[in-house]
Every structure is written in structure tokens, then in C-alpha cells.
Design a protein around this ligand. Structure first.
Ligand code: TRP
Length: 342
């Protein structure tokens, strides 16, 4: 059976962008794949993390997964550091990947910024650890966003080079799993900026922990423009919104996109529904929809976080099952590379 692996870093609060861009898709994949969802705390520490915060955010991501509908009984949810194979295989991959390959990674350049000499060595080999995450389970499919495609390509290169160097047909070459059009969620205060956990204004984003009242308030305050809502005339032949129309009214199209994603409807249906209406009417509909889905999820997250013992036991059991898969694969790798295990 095909196996999905994906990871999310436990850094910063999860918001609507994370939900619509990633987590919601992970929920859908559960029916078609065996899924392994990992909270990558080892990746997180490639840049400084306060220890207490890291623990709290690891639990928060786990609670978000469960509240969003990831079934930790049928699938596996765990945090990376509880499974030694990730670090063990990453070391082997540090020796397989070439420095030239890592030097081409655009995310390292972005994250290291100007002071590259001062970046952690971990940040540099980050993509090798990511390859180890995926390949420790011989995962065949990886749902990733645009920003992680280069890392997934590298994981394929590493798998291929390992197989070639050791003359084995051991690792599969993992494929990106693209699910429809990813929803790009923009700031509620400025439709030209991505919704982000680092925006100083909390009104710019809807957090997954926001309760119904907070969700409603943030939508009420969301920036709009003075014109009535556009209709289907802004669509191109392929059903996507004309980029010119979108950039002229970024806030309007952001809210319409959020509505379409939450309602699970194509853009055309939403444009047909609201064409020519005032924002006030549209915002009422959006609020009802958002409160129904997100408000409930936020409430469930709060309940879960009030019971950290339960979340911890889900992660502990997930890690146990993850070790049962990755351990034997790692043992084979040790044989293949020639580690003596007397
Ligand atoms: N690098 C990914 C991100 O920041 C997280 C990640 C780590 C991941 N390991 C992974 C994603 C394995 C997919 C598969 O979003």
C-alpha cells in the first residue's frame, strides 16, 4: 500500500493558512493512504527554541491534528525525537548527500540570511534530516507545499544515490502528493501579505485555537474594499481567478477564497452565489461558515490542551508504532552500509 509521510514544525501558533494549506488535506488523505504525521521537533531546533515553548507547541500541534480530524488510531501521529531512526538515518544521509546539493537549497539561503557563518550546522543539513524522515518509513508519497518541493527533490536524489552507491534497490523515490489547488491564505489586514504567525497584529490571522467569538470578531474587522463583490466574469477559461482582477482587489479575493475552501466549493459556485452583493452580507455568511468549522475545532483543541496527559499518550503510542516500522528499516540500512553489529 502507498504510504504518506508528512511533517510540520512545532514553531509558532497554527493558523487558518496552516489548516487550509496543509492539515485539512492531511485529513482527507486518510481514506486513501496509510498516513504517518510527524511533529518535527528536531527540525525546529535548527533555529533557537525556548525549551518550554517547544514542549508546549509540540502538544499544541498534536492537539490541532486531533481536533482537525486526524485519526491517531488508524494512522500514526508522533513527535520526531521519540524515534531514534530519524537521527540515525540522517547521519547516513549526511554522508550520501553532496555539499554541492545542499548549497543549492534556497530555503537555507533564506533562513540563514546575510550572516551565513552564524547559522547552525543543523540548519544546513536540515534537508538530509527531512529525507531521513520520509525514507525511514519508505514512504511513497509526501504532501508538501510549494516551499518544500526542492527539499523533496533532494530526498529523491539521496534515495537514488544511496541505491546506486550500495547497489541495492532499497529506497523508493518518494513522490509529491498534490491535492487540488492549495489555498493560499492572506493576511486579513493586508491582502498582499501571506497570513503569518509572525505578523504583529493578531487581527491579521485566525488562529486554530480561536474560539467562535474571536473568529467572528476577526472576520468582522477584516479589511475589505468599498465595491460590491465580483461575479464569475473574473474567471479565466480554466476556472481560476484572473490574476489582474485578483491583484486589484486582494482582500475581496482572499475572503472569497477562504469561503470557497471552508465550504469545499469551486470558486465559480461562490462567485455565482455572492456576485453583486455587499460585503456586509457576504461577511455574515463567511462568519457563520467559519464559526461552524473553525470555532468547533478551536474548542476541541482547548479541551485537548487542558488534558496534556491524553495528548502525550497519543504521541507516545504513535512513536511506539513508528519505531516498529522505522526500526527494522534502519537495521537493514546498517547492514547495507556495513556497520558491524555483533
Ligand atoms: N520541512 C517541512 C516544513 O518546514 C517539515 C518537514 C520535515 C517535512 N520533515 C518532513 C515535510 C518530511 C514533509 C516530509 O514544512
Amino acid at each position: 500500500m502507498n504510504r504518506i509521510f508528512s511533517g510540520v514544525q512545532p514553531t509558532g501558533n497554527l493558523h487558518l493558512g496552516n489548516y487550509l494549506g496543509a492539515i485539512r488535506n492531511w485529513v482527507k488523505l486518510q481514506d486513501r493512504f496509510e498516513c504517518i504525521y510527524c511533529i518535527v521537533d528536531m527540525h525546529a531546533i535548527t533555529v533557537w527554541q525556548d525549551p518550554a515553548q517547544l514542549r508546549a507547541q509540540t502538544r499544541e500541534v498534536a492537539a490541532a491534528f486531533l481536533a482537525a480530524g486526524i485519526d491517531a488510531d488508524r494512522h500514526i501521529v508522533f513527535n520526531q525525537s521519540q524515534v531514534p531512526a530519524h537521527a540515525q538515518l540522517a547521519w547516513v544521509f549526511n554522508c550520501v548527500a553532496r555539499i554541492g546539493w545542499l548549497n543549492r537549497m534556497t530555503q537555507f539561503k533564506e533562513k540563514a540570511g546575510k550572516d551565513r557563518e552564524n547559522a547552525s550546522a543543523g540548519l544546513y543539513v536540515y534537508p538530509n534530516l527531512m529525507a531521513a524522515d520520509i525514507l525511514a518509513y519508505k514512504a511513497t508519497h509526501v504532501p508538501v507545499g510549494e516551499d518544500q518541493k526542492q527539499h523533496l527533490e533532494l530526498a529523491r536524489d539521496i534515495a537514488q544515490k544511496f541505491n546506486n552507491d550500495y547497489e541495492v534497490d532499497f529506497f523508493p523515490l518518494p513522490e509529491p502528493q498534490i491535492l487540488g489547488t492549495a489555498t493560499r491564505v492572506m493576511s486579513l489586514r493586508d491582502g498582499a501579505k501571506k497570513m503569518s504567525k509572525s505578523d504583529p497584529s493578531d487581527y491579521s490571522r485566525i488562529n486554530m485555537t480561536d474560539d467562535a467569538d474571536t473568529v467572528a470578531l476577526k472576520i468582522r474587522k477584516a479589511k475589505t474594499d468599498p465595491n460590491p463583490l465580483p461575479g464569475p466574469e473574473v474567471l479565466r477559461a480554466d476556472g481560476t481567478v484572473d490574476p489582474g482582477a485578483e491583484s486589484a482587489r486582494p482582500e475581496a479575493f482572499n475572503l472569497l477564497g477562504i469561503y470557497a475552501a471552508l465550504a469545499d466549493k469551486p470558486a465559480r459556485a461562490v462567485l455565482d452565489e455572492f456576485a453583486g452583493q455587499e460585503f456586509s452580507a457576504f461577511k455574515r455568511a463567511l462568519t457563520d461558515l467559519a464559526v461552524a468549522t473553525l470555532g468547533e475545532m478551536g474548542g476541541e483543541m482547548k479541551r485537548l490542551l487542558a488534558e496534556p496527559g491524553h495528548v502525550d499518550s497519543v504521541l507516545r503510542q504513535g512513536a511506539e508504532r513508528a519505531r516498529a516500522i522505522a526500526g527494522p528499516i534502519m537495521a537493514e540500512v546498517e547492514d547495507i552500509v556495513g556497520y558491524l553489529r555483533p
